[in-house]
Write a protein that binds this ligand. Structure first.
Ligand code: ADP
Ligand code: MG
Length: 554
């Protein structure tokens, strides 16, 4: 570009710019590719993805947000979708696969409209109207439930767990019961019949070995640690617990100091001094009445010995996050200086006990002062099973949190989507014009969900959709796909495929907003990747060499 013959440089050298339709099409394509990857993971018959990160670590999952997080997506538009999935996860903890798939489909339909020369702003407007209407319809079709009813909660938790790895028989029932029990224990009434469930109060501790069926719900906290010294008691009732984040050790000087010791007498004195300090520490702990010590840092052998002599049970090197959970559960306070420790800092639990779990020992802290802290001790053959089980439980906890907060549900298995689509088409006719086409496209996109579910169920997707449309037109609001049964059914609630209305609402919002964001972009200006300097190149070479070294080890 030039002005009066003077070249005007606006962008830095090497910057790439794509504009107008080109920009929009590549963005849409990138987002669609991501949605395409997730499609086959949707629902209880969804397939797993195996993701290998740059360190060679393998994750096997069909959890939408885990997949997009691990995929290290590069394209900026696809990244926007990843952000939408993350937002969905943060808001309601479920429906991430659906959100990405729906966003991708909305964009695919938008592309067809662009081909008919419909301007992006009209599409965006139409989508916005469709979204608002859909949210309204959801409120209309949602059914109230009783958040105090255990059976209802179990049905809901089991729907969410069903689509994941641990979805079979007795094991599933057991896990579902555990999760519901955990949520109910930590639930805080909000005074209007609904509850606040703080998911962080449910601690999930994974321990390799045994099978998922051996998992346990603990009324309190479980630590993957042993009692430090064999001479200590392994069981303390009416435990008064000191929570320390300072080591029970004599601090070694930071700088290397040289001490000139010239006689055995001096060595003795030196060691005696250390012993004396440690003894005093233990004396202090005992004097405030503690019979259990849980320490975030180390505990010196000599200190262990003194603690054992006093009949105090001690655990060391406990994770900070666990210390904080213990603080909440036992009503104690983490203390950083033993000098300042006093009686009021101690936490309380009915029982602290070391027990054998498989081949290892773990410390159980039960009957805590604050009963709103529980743990789920997960057992499983390998890390992959444990990780996937943890994710499913997390999902289920979110479902429970969602319905205990807004106790309203809608039918799953694509039923809600078909119903919304039906109502949206009617609404579209009243809107008319080009926006009508956009609203209809939104309806079509919603129906992608039942179509995918039908496909995973081994049905012909279009055929199934036609059946569903007919049923819904006849007023069968709950008609949907029974994926596990491999058929279209009139009332999906008979097989307990129900979902919190909050999740459906959020899914539609996340997807519509992500699609609109991408459709608004008509110019992509990408800076050139930073050039590697000569020095960095050298370093790169070295890294390569280092990797070579590592491989030799295998
Ligand atoms: P997301 O990450 O979107 O939650 P899921 O893999 O959990 O993805 O699948 C959720 C979808 O599967 C929802 O539409 C839900 O209604 C549906 N679904 C779950 N279980 C069943 C089932 N047994 N039969 C039919 N649909 C089901
Ligand atoms: Mg789900």
């Amino acid at each position: 570009m030039s002005l009066y013959g003077v070249p005007v440089l606006v962008l830095k050298e090497g910057t790439q710019r794509t504009t107008g339709r080109d920009a929009m099409r590549t963005n849409i394509l990138a987002a669609r590719v991501l949605a395409e990857v997730l499609k086959t993971s949707l629902g209880p018959r969804g397939l797993d993805k195996m993701l290998v990160d740059s360190f060679g670590d393998v994750t096997v999952t069909n959890d939408g947000v885990t997949i997009v997080k691990e995929m290290e997506v590069q394209h900026p538009a696809a990244k926007l979708l990843v952000e939408a999935a993350k937002a969905q996860d943060a808001e309601v903890g479920d429906g991430t696969t659906s959100a990405v798939v729906l966003a991708g489909t909305l964009l695919e339909k938008a592309e067809a409209l662009l081909d008919q020369n419909i301007h992006p702003t009209i599409i965006i407007e139409g989508y916005k109207k469709a979204m608002d209407e859909a949210l309204k319809y959801l409120d209309e079709i949602a059914v109230k439930i009783d958040p105090n009813d255990e059976e209802t909660l179990k049905r809901l938790a089991s729907t969410s767990i069903a689509s994941k790895y641990i979805g079979s028989g007795d094991t599933r029932e057991k896990i579902v019961s555990m999760v519901v029990e955990a949520a109910r224990r930590v639930a805080e009434p909000r005074g209007d019949g609904t509850f606040n469930v703080r998911i962080s109060n449910v601690k999930i501790e994974k321990k390799k070995g045994g099978s998922l069926n051996d998992s346990l719900l603990i009324e309190g906290i479980v630590l993957d640690k042993e009692v430090v010294h064999p001479g200590m008691p392994k069981r303390i009732e009416k435990a008064r617990i000191a929570l320390l984040d300072t080591p029970l050790e004599v601090e070694k000087p930071e700088i290397t100091a040289k001490i000139n010791i010239t006689s055995p007498e001096q060595i003795r004195m030196f060691l005696d001094e250390e012993t004396k300090i440690l003894k005093e520490m233990v004396e202090k702990i005992a004097s405030v009445g503690a019979n259990v010590v849980i320490c975030q840092k180390g505990i010196d052998d000599v200190a262990q010995h003194f603690l054992a002599k006093k009949g105090i049970l001690a655990v060391r090197r406990v994770k900070r996050s666990d210390m904080e959970k213990l603080e909440y559960a036992t009503g104690g306070r983490i203390v950083s200086s033993i000098k300042d420790l006093n009686e009021n800092d101690l936490g309380y639990a009915e029982l602290v006990e070391e027990r054998k779990v498989g081949n290892d020992k773990m410390v159980f802290i039960e009957g805590c002062k604050n009963p709103k802290a529980v743990s789920i001790l997960l057992r499983g053959a390998n890390d992959m099973v444990l990780d996937e089980a943890e994710r499913s439980i997390n999902d289920a906890l979110h479902v429970l949190r969602n319905v205990m907060r807004e106790p309203k549900i809608v039918a799953g298995g694509g039923a809600a989507e078909v119903e919304l689509a039906l109502r949206l088409r009617e609404y579209a006719r009243n809107v008319g014009g080009k926006e009508q086409l956009a609203i209809e496209a939104f309806a079509d996109a919603l129906e992608e969900i039942p179509m995918i579910l039908a496909e995973t169920a081994g049905l012909d997707p279009l055929d199934a959709l036609m059946q569903l449309r007919n049923m819904h037109t006849e007023g069968k609001v709950n008609a949907g796909i029974d994926v596990l049964g491999g058929k279209v059914i009139e009332d999906i609630s008979t097989i307990n495929v129900l979902e919190p209305v909050i999740v459906k609402k959020q899914t539609i919002k996340s997807a519509a907003e992500a699609a609109a964001t991408i459709l608004k972009i008509d110019d992509v200006i990408a800076a050139a990747p930073p050039k590697r300097t000569g020095k960095e190149k050298e370093k790169g070479g070295e890294e390569g060499g280092f990797q070579g070294e590592q491989f030799k080890g295998f």
